[in-house]
Design a binder for this molecule. Structure first.
Ligand code: ADP
Length: 594
C-alpha cells in the first residue's frame, strides 16, 4: 500500500505532525493543569497563612457568639475574590471540626463531601494542603478554633475550569492537527512535484533504457542532487548506447565476416548440438545445417574424433583432420572454445581442392616441361653421338641431314624455352602491355599476308572478309598480332593440305570488335575442347610435335587476350574443322572492368 514514495512521504509527514501535536498537546495540558494547581495552592496559602489578619480574625470570636460557623462563612464570603470562589467550580465549606458535618458554605447544595486525605487531616487537627495530581479535584482543609468550637474550613475545586481550558486546548490542537495534515498533503504534493516527479521521470527513463530505447534524453531541470543524478544518468545512457553500438558493430562485422568467409565454420555446444554455421560450411559439407535441427556433432564429425576428445585436446589445443567429400578435399581444424567452461567446439573447414589441383597442375607442368625438353635433347644427343662415332665415315648428305635435325631440334628447344619465358613473365606480372591505338583491319591484313606463303605451301585457300569501317582499337599490337598469328598458323597446321581458312572480323555494338578464324581441318573432339587453352595440352601429341607445336601457343594467346580483358573461345559449329573467336574492347583494357 505504501510502496510509492509519495505515499511514504505523506505517511511520514502525517506521523510527524500527529506525534508533534500529541507531544505539544500533552505538554500544554500538563502545563495548564500544573499551573492551575500551583495557583490554587498559592492562593490558599496566601489567605490562610497563620500570620495574616484574616486568619487571625477567623479565630477571634466575639464574646457570647453562638453562630461561629455563619460568622466564618460571612468572613469567607468577603474573601471570595482572593480565594477564587465562584460557586460552580470552587466552593468553600465550613464543617464541624469534630464530626466533619456540613454547617454552611458557598454552594447552595449542601453536598455530602467525600472524606479526602486533606479533610481527614484537618479533622485530626492538621492543615490538609497536599496536592494530588491524579484526583479529579483540588482541596485544602484548615482546622480553625473559634469561640472554643472546632471548625474545619474546607475549600474544594472540582477542576472544571482547568478541564474546560484543557478541552479547549485539545480542540485547538485537533484543529491545528487537521490544519497540519492539510499542510502535509500540500507539502507532500509540492515535494512530490519537486522531488518525486524527477525521480519518477528517471525511473521511466531507466525503464526505457532497460528496454533498449536510448532515444529519449532526460531534461535536467535543477542543479541539485537530482539534477546531477539526471545528468549522470543521461551520460551513462549515452555511454551505454555507444558501448552497445560498438558491440553491435563488432557483432555485425563478425557476422558479415562469418557469413562471407571462404572457410566453413561450424560451432557446437558442449552437448554437441549445432549452434552456428555459415554458408561456406553448408556448401563444403554439401548439406543444410539448420540450428536446432537434427544435425549434431556426432553426425557431422563423429567419425573424426569423439566430442570429448575435442573438448580436451591436450597440449596442442586443437585437432587436425582431412577428408574427401563430394569431390572436394577438406582440411578440418577442431578446437574447443572458452576452454575453462568447456562451452563448446568450433570446427573450421578449409577447402583445399583448388590448392591440390594447382599442386597437381604444377607437378604436371614440370613433368611436361621436362618431357618436352628431353625429347629434342635426346634427338640432339643421339644424332650428335652418331656423328662423333662415325666421323668421316658418313656420306656428306647424311651428315648434313643429321646436322639439320640437330639444328631444328635445338630451334624447337629454343622455341619452347621462349614460350615458357613469355608465360612466366605473364605469371609474374613482369610483362607490361605496350598499349597503342592501331587499325584493327590493317593489323589483320598484314598478319594474313604474313601467313599467305605458308598457306599456299599447303595448298590452302586463305580468305579475309572484314566488315567495312572497322575502328582503330587500343591494345598491344605486337602481342595481339602474336595471338592472331598463332590461331591462323594452327589452322594451317591442323588442316589437311588443300583446305579452306577464312579470317573474318567485325564490330559488336559500339565498344567491341571480333575476329574469327575458321578452317575445315581435323577439328577438336568435344571432350578436348575445354582444355586446349591449358599449357602443354595437345589433342594429338605426335601430330602437334611433328608440325613443330609446343602446346603452349593457345595458352599464351589466352594470357594475352585475358590481359586485354577480351575473350578467346571455340565457336560451336556444325561444320567440320575449328573456328576460334577473339573478342576485344575498342577502348582497350580499362581499370574497373572485369
Ligand atoms: P601447338 O603448339 O601444339 O599447336 P597450341 O596451344 O597452339 O599448341 O594448340 C593446342 C592444341 O590444340 C594443339 O596441339 C592441337 O591439338 C589443337 N588445335 C589447335 N588449333 C587447332 C585447329 N585449328 N584444328 C585442330 N586442332 C587444333
Amino acid at each position: 500500500m505504501f510502496r510509492s514514495l509519495h505515499m511514504k512521504l505523506m505517511l511520514i509527514m502525517t506521523l510527524l505532525i500527529v506525534s508533534l501535536m500529541t507531544v505539544v498537546g500533552a505538554f500544554l495540558v500538563n502545563s495548564v493543569s500544573g499551573f492551575y494547581m500551583d495557583q490554587f495552592y498559592s492562593q490558599m496559602q496566601e489567605v490562610f497563612q497563620n500570620d495574616t489578619q484574616f486568619f487571625h480574625d477567623l479565630q477571634n470570636a466575639a464574646p457570647g457568639e453562638e453562630n461561629g460557623a455563619e460568622q466564618i462563612g460571612q468572613m469567607l464570603d468577603t474573601y471570595t475574590g482572593n480565594l477564587g470562589i465562584d460557586a460552580s467550580t470552587r466552593n468553600y465549606y465550613v464543617l464541624d471540626g469534630s464530626t466533619g458535618s456540613y454547617l454552611c458554605g458557598s454552594s447552595q447544595e449542601a453536598e455530602a463531601l467525600p472524606m479526602t486525605h486533606n479533610l481527614s487531616a484537618a479533622l485530626a487537627g492538621e492543615v490538609g494542603d497536599e496536592s494530588d495530581v491524579s484526583a479529579p479535584y483540588m482541596d485544602v482543609a484548615i482546622p480553625v478554633e473559634r469561640g472554643g468550637v472546632e471548625y474545619v474550613i474546607y475549600i474544594k475545586d472540582n477542576k472544571q475550569t482547568v478541564q474546560n481550558l484543557n478541552s479547549e486546548l485539545i480542540t485547538l490542537i485537533l484543529e491545528s492537527l487537521a490544519f497540519g495534515l492539510a499542510i502535509s498533503v500540500l507539502l507532500s504534493f509540492l515535494l512530490s512535484k519537486t522531488l518525486i516527479t524527477p525521480i519518477e521521470r528517471l525511473t521511466e527513463g531507466a525503464e526505457e533504457v532497460a528496454a533498449g530505447d536510448f532515444s529519449h534524453k532526460l531534461h535536467v531541470e535543477s542543479r541539485d542532487e537530482i539534477g546531477v543524478l539526471t545528468a549522470t544518468f543521461n551520460s551513462m545512457a549515452e555511454q551505454l548506447q555507444n558501448t552497445i553500438q560498438e558491440v553491435e558493430n563488432e557483432r555485425n562485422k563478425l557476422g558479415t565476416l562469418f557469413l562471407h568467409m571462404t572457410d566453413g565454420v561450424v560451432a557446437f555446444d558442449r552437448r554437441g548440438e549445432l549452434i552456428q554455421s555459415n554458408p561456406a560450411a553448408e556448401e563444403m559439407l554439401g548439406r543444410s545445417l539448420p540450428i536446432g535441427g537434427e544435425v549434431d556433432y556426432e553426425t557431422l564429425f563423429g567419425d573424426i574424433s569423439p566430442l570429448d576428445a575435442v573438448l580436451e585436446p591436450g597440449q596442442k589445443g586443437y585437432l587436425e583432420a582431412s577428408r574427401e567429400q563430394g569431390g572436394r578435399s577438406l582440411e578440418l581444424l577442431l578446437a574447443p572454445f572458452d576452454k575453462d567452461h568447456q562451452a563448446g567446439v568450433l570446427v573450421v573447414i578449409h577447402d583445399v581442392t583448388e590448392q591440390h589441383k594447382t599442386e597437381e597442375m604444377r607437378k604436371e607442368f614440370v613433368a611436361n616441361v621436362s618431357h618436352e625438353l628431353r625429347t629434342p635433347l635426346t634427338n640432339i644427343h643421339s644424332y650428335a653421338e652418331t656423328l662423333v662415332d662415325n666421323a668421316g665415315d658418313l656420306p656428306p648428305d647424311t651428315e648434313k641431314n643429321f646436322l639439320n635435325v640437330i639444328l631444328s631440334e635445338s630451334d624447337r628447344m629454343a622455341h619452347i624455352v621462349q614460350d615458357l619465358l613469355t608465360l612466366s613473365r605473364f605469371d609474374s606480372g613482369r610483362s607490361e602491355l605496350n598499349l597503342t591505338a592501331f587499325s584493327f583491319s590493317e593489323a589483320i591484313e598484314s598478319m594474313v599476308n604474313a601467313n599467305r606463303m605458308e598457306a599456299r605451301r599447303h595448298g590452302h585457300t586463305l580468305t579475309v572478309s572484314l566488315e567495312p569501317g572497322l575502328p582503330d582499337i587500343v591494345g598491344d599490337r605486337e602481342r595481339l598480332t602474336q595471338v592472331m598469328m598463332n590461331v591462323v598458323s594452327n589452322s594451317i597446321k591442323y588442316t589437311p593440305d588443300g583446305g579452306r581458312i577464312e579470317v573474318s572480323a567485325g564490330r559488336m555494338g559500339t565498344d567491341k570488335v571480333w575476329l574469327e578464324v575458321a578452317d575445315n581441318g581435323i577439328g577438336i573432339p568435344e571432350q578436348d575442347r575445354g582444355r586446349i587453352f591449358e599449357r602443354f595440352y595437345r589433342v594429338d601429341k605426335a601430330r602437334s610435335r611433328e608440325s613443330g607445336g609446343t602446346g603452349l601457343g593457345l595458352s599464351i594467346a589466352k594470357e594475352i587476350v585475358d590481359r586485354h580483358q577480351g575473350e578467346i573461345k571455340i565457336v560451336d559449329r556444325d561444320t567440320p574443322g575449328l573456328t576460334i573467336r577473339v573478342e576485344l574492347w575498342v577502348e582497350g583494357p580499362r581499370h574497373g572492368r572485369a
